[in-house]
Structures are given as C-alpha cells and as structure tokens.
Design a protein around this ligand. Structure first.
Ligand code: GAL
Length: 656
C-alpha cells in the first residue's frame, strides 16, 4: 500500500557539464537557480571523461562542476556512468556486448552496449562506482545517486550470449530440483524437447518454430533477475561508501522487460522518464484519430498511469527524472507540445505525488545523436519555451506553499509483471497487449474522476474500496490470499487465473485458483481480428471473448446479444469475459464505484482529476476550454481562473 508522503515538490534538470566550456558553467548554474530549479542530474554518460585510459581517473572536472552547482544553491543527482562503457573497456572484454535474439552482436558507438550477465563487466562497474563514491560520496552538493540510466532501453534487457547462457543454466539449476523436474514442469515431452542435464539447456531463440513458452518465461524471469542483480551491486557500494544519500533509478514508460517492483525494492526512490508526445507517437495500441486529437498534448492517461505505477514500486517516493521539454528526436514524428503542456505535465506529476520533476535537458546539444532534441535552452543558450513554463511552475509551487500528500487512493489497480510476460509470450490474438488492457481499465476509471494506486499482486489490498485486476493471468498463493481477504469490490479482466507459474493451463481450467472466489469456469476462449465487435449490454467486447460456464447464478450479469454472459457479478467480485470497450468498462466501474461509496465525477472530454490530499488538481488535455462548474461547487479555487479550465490548463481547488 502506498504510504502517505508530505513534501514540498521541487524542480530539476538534467545537465552535461562535459558538453560545454567550463567558463560557462557558473552562468548555467545561475540561470538554473534563477528559474527556480533545485536539483541537477549529471554524470550518467561521462565514463570516457572520468576514466579516459584504464585506471587513469580524471575526477577533478566533475568536482569543479559539483562545486559550481553547489555554490549556486543547487543539489546534485550524480549518475553512475555504467550505461556508457568506454571504447578501451569494450576492447579489453569484447564478450561484454549483448547478443540480440537474431544472434547479432551489438557494437560500440552509442550506449547500453553491455550484457547484464557479464561478470567481468559488472566488476568493472563496481570499480568505477566505488571510485566515484569514494571521491564524491560526501560532497556537500551531492543529494541523490542515480544508478546507470534506463535499464533495458534500446532492447538491451535480453541477451542471447554465451555468458547469458551460462548464467541462465545456473539460474535454472538453482530453481529446479532436478532436470526431470524441469522437463515435467515445462512439458518438454512435447516435441521431444527433453534435456538430460542443466548443461544441455539452450536459450529460447533461433528455434525454427516458437520455443516452449515455459522456457521463454523462465528466460524472461532470469533476465529480470539479472537487472536486479546488476543494480544491487551498485546500490550496495553506494550505501556503504555514501551513507545517508538516497538512491534512484530512472525507469521508462510502457516498458515491462524486468520486474520494476523487484528493482524498486532496492531503491529509495523510483523515477521515470516521461516523454508524452514521443511515447504516444510510438504506441501501436491507439488509433491514428487518438494520436491526432492529442498530437501536441499526449495521451491524457499515459503519464498518470506511470506516475501511479512507479509511485507503487518504491514505497511512494518517486520523481520524474526526465520530463519532455519540447520536440524529441526519437519517435517517427516529433511534434511540439502546445504552449502550457510542459507546465501541465509538471503539475500532473506533482498531483500524483512526485517529489521532483526534472526536465531533460538543460541545453539542446548542437552535436551527436540528440541534436534535434529540445532542452530548456536552445543550442545557442537562449531560453526555450519550456524554461518559461518551468519557471512558472516553480513560482506557483512557492505561491501555493504546497506540501504534497498522496495518501492512499480509493481505487487500486493490480499490475503483475509475470502475468504481463505470460500475455506477451502467448498473446493468442495479435493485439492482446497486456499494458493496453491495464491502461484501458485505468483510463476508464480516470475518466470517472477516480484516483488510483497501482500495486503489485502481493500487496495488502484491504485499504482500497475498489480493486481493478485487468490482467492477472497467474494468481500466486499470496495474491489469492489478499484477494480472498478483502471485501472490497473487485473486478477481474479476461484471462485472469488462466495460467500456472509455469505458463501451463490450470487443472480445473481458468480462472484457476480464482474459482475459489468466482463460481465460473472458462470453457473456451477466442481472439477476434480488428473490426469485430460483440455487442454487450452497456457496450461491447472486441479482440478477446470467453465462453463461461456459470456454476451458480450470478447476482448480476451483462450478456452479449446472443444471450451468453460477459460480465458476471458474484457478491463483491465481478468477472469480465472479454476485452471491454470504454463504454462497457465505464458502465461496470460506475456501478461498482457507487456500490463502494466512491464518488464519480462527470469530467468533460480531455479533463482529468487527481485528488492530492486536501486538494483537487484538474488538468485539461483537450483543445477547448471546459466548464467545471458542475463539479466545483463549494470548493475554493486555489489556482486557475474560475471554474473554466482552458486548453492545456491546470486548476487546483480545495477538496469537496
Ligand atoms: C531518455 C534517456 C536520455 C535521453 C532522452 C531523450 O531515454 O534517458 O538520456 O536520451 O531519452 O529523450
């Protein structure tokens, strides 16, 4: 459960002193402080400048830059440079490069060119982190350490290399009692896939037909554990040599290749890099119409979803480490935010409890890969639009004398990485995207004005009044325990409980262990090509549909137009036997929210609300202004002009 956090939010920026003449540093620092920024993240890609030759440490420049920032009253977030091993190191250990699924070895010349399983490289990381912590662990400007940068970015979580293979075999040998056990649990009798020893096991790539799903799942679990281990080595060093400083890592959006709850447990703070326009352009699960409608604003729920997710991964302490400031360089198309959107994104993060919103980056680089990526200032140093908006946010935070208190939301959404991996390994329908179904549930709830926490499946759920479980394919004993214990209204999505730990079908069919809570049996599932919709009372289902056997009469049900049940409610639990559209979800959730005594709000198109302690924060992602007078009645308006919220506007009121 998310803890209550009360803090004054701060702003920050990502900065690369090594990109600019030292004579300009003091000026940059002064300008940052003038805008109202408090934190500056540096260092995370600077290995070649920190150790230009093996064992030759050149740390003085970094110390001078930290002095300059500290003298301007700024606090430093120091990144470990392990995402960018220098050329000499790669030449020393050429087998440290990851090998991709197609068997191609990745090369030098960008970043993240390492294999998480390479013990020699991990030792090299431990060495440079130790040296940095010894030198800077007590520097007066140092506040927070960031480990590495965006684990897994550029498809680098999985490696199909000899070192990964050796580590995978060891991992399996620890997990299974015997090779016979593994063969049985994976079902290796199928297609004569049986192994005679752990040393025979292959990696699940380059097979003519798909590899065994159980094998693939264990490989994903193994790969996730390798990330956890890699991070833990650095965390251990930093805790020992630089006690008293928080440790953070910057996660990404729509990225599920490792279990973020597992990595988050080792951190003090989770953060993520929020690029609303870039990430929407890249999504394949939303329509072109939606992309056009929100071209310059971003999807109204995508950012909030990740704020709530990452808040849940580290005990409610979280930041936005990189906030998009203008057009980025890495999507197929890179539109510019509408005026006001950088401010809106910042406020939305604060409303979800962000301790810090840090913009990426201070000054747009005129050289190298990201020269087309905007910053707070332009390549010539002149302020870009985002710096004006950041300054406005800083003034507004100060004027409101704000302390953010997130508390526990009314609604929980359960997100489980193992289930996500299972869905991805075996989608059964091409467009069955587990994150998309989580987002569909999340978005439907948000459109009703509900505030959510996103929690892992082991979480104690008793404090929530409404629980959404969109994609829990595998129900562990502890998840079953929490779900059985709570009397809160709970709604399960399709495929719930449909797989065992080893990605096989449960003996009594789906919903597997959940049949203890829901007297149903899933007799058949079918996936549906785009354009096929099955009308259901109150909406429709598409993509996926299940045929249920009801073992007792439900308290309520919504049927498809052929009379077969799709949404069934037994006491506090509802099961939806298909991929629901927004209308059906909205109907089901409205009904349940009212039954749970959680108020819903009729938010106009594009407007979202986040309840933040004793305040309500409204944001308008739409292109037209919206009148909120039907929602804001007795409340006092603390920020914004009257009950009308403009396009890209933010309105803050007292709670009702
Ligand atoms: C992030 C990354 C940054 C920068 C940024 C550009 O993924 O952490 O270093 O590349 O994207 O948008």
């Amino acid at each position: 459960m998310n803890k209550t956090a009360t803090r004054q939010p701060k702003l920050g920026v990502c900065y690369y002193p090594e990109h600019w003449p030292e004579s300009e540093w003091a000026d940059h620092a002064r300008q940052m402080a003038d805008i109202g920024l408090s934190y500056v993240r540096i260092g995370e890609f600077a290995w070649s400048r920190l150790e230009p030759n093996p064992g030759q440490y050149e740390f003085d420049w970094l110390e001078r830059s930290m002095d300059v920032l500290g003298n301007a009253g700024l606090q430093v977030v120091l990144g470990t440079p392990t995402a960018t091993p220098p050329k000499w190191l790669c030449d020393q250990m050429p087998d440290m490069f990851a090998i991709d699924e197609e068997g191609r070895r990745l090369g030098f010349g960008s970043r993240r060119h390492y294999d998480f399983s390479h013990v020699g490289f991990r030792d090299e990381c431990a060495r440079i982190v130790t040296k940095l912590a010894e030198r800077f662990g007590h520097h007066s400007a140092l506040t927070v350490w960031q480990t590495d940068n965006e684990y897994g970015c550029h498809n680098t979580t999985y490696s199909y290399s000899p070192v990964a293979l050796a580590a995978f075999r060891n991992w399996l040998a620890k997990k299974y009692d015997s090779i016979a056990d593994l063969n049985r649990l994976w079902g290796n009798v199928f297609w004569s896939m049986e192994y005679r020893s752990f040393d025979d096991i292959e990696l699940p790539n380059l097979t003519p037909a798909e590899a065994n799903p159980s094998h693939r799942l264990d490989f994903l679990r193994f790969s996730s554990d390798q990330v956890v281990l890699f991070n833990r080595v650095q965390v251990g060093i930093l805790r020992k040599l630089s006690p008293g400083h928080d440790i953070v890592h910057n996660f990404m959006g729509a990225f599920v290749e490792f279990d973020h709850f597992d990595v988050g447990r080792d951190l003090d703070i989770s953060s993520w890099d929020s690029y609303p326009l870039g990430s929407m352009e890249r999504r394949v699960d939303v329509s072109d119409d939606h992309k056009s409608k929100y071209l310059n604003q971003g999807d109204p729920d995508f950012q909030a979803f990740h704020h709530d997710l990452y808040r849940g991964t580290s005990n409610s302490r979280w930041w936005v480490m990189e906030q998009q400031p203008g057009p980025v360089n890495w999507a197929d198309w890179n539109p510019a935010p509408l005026p006001g959107m950088v401010r809106l994104w910042s406020w939305e993060a604060i409303a979800h409890g962000a301790e810090v919103v840090s913009y990426f980056r201070w000054r747009q680089a005129p050289f190298a890969q990201e020269q087309m990526h905007a910053g707070l200032t332009r390549p010539d140093g002149s302020p870009d639009i985002a710096s004006v908006e950041a300054a406005q946010v800083a003034r507004e935070i100060a004027a409101l004398d704000l302390n953010v208190e997130t508390g526990v939301a009314d609604v929980a959404l359960v997100l489980d990485y193992n289930s996500i991996w299972m869905s991805n390994i075996q989608p059964q329908g091409k467009d069955f995207d587990p994150i998309a179904i989580c987002l569909a549930f999340y978005s439907a709830a948000r459109k009703l004005g509900l505030s959510l926490d996103i929690v892992s499946s082991d979480e104690d759920l008793s404090a929530y009044r409404l629980i959404l479980v969109p994609n829990l394919l595998h129900v562990t004993d502890s998840a079953l325990g929490s779900l059985a214990k709570t009397e809160s209204l709970t709604v399960f999505g399709p495929r719930s409980g449909s797989k065992t730990h080893h990605l096989t079908i449960p003996d009594a069919l789906a919903p597997g262990p959940l049949s203890a809570l829901l007297p149903i049996r899933v007799e058949r599932v079918e996936s549906l090509r785009p354009g096929i919709e099955i009308a259901v009372e109150g909406g429709s289902v598409s993509k996926w549909r299940e045929h249920l056997q009801l073992l007792s009469k439900p308290d309520q049900q919504r049927c498809a137009d052929d009379g077969t049940p799709i949404a069934v409610r037994y006491g506090s639990r509802t099961y939806i036997a298909g991929w629901p559209d927004d209308a059906l979800l909205s109907a089901v959730l409205t009904n349940l929210a009212h039954a749970a005594g959680v108020p819903t709000h009729a938010l106009p198109d594009g407007v979202r609300l986040r309840k933040m302690g004793d305040k309500w924060v409204f944001v308008n992602y739409g292109r037209s202004e919206q009148d909120l007078s039907h929602i804001i009645k007795q409340q006092q308006i603390l920020m914004g002009d009257g009950p009308v919220i403009p396009c890209a506007g933010v309105l803050i009121t007292t709670a009702a």
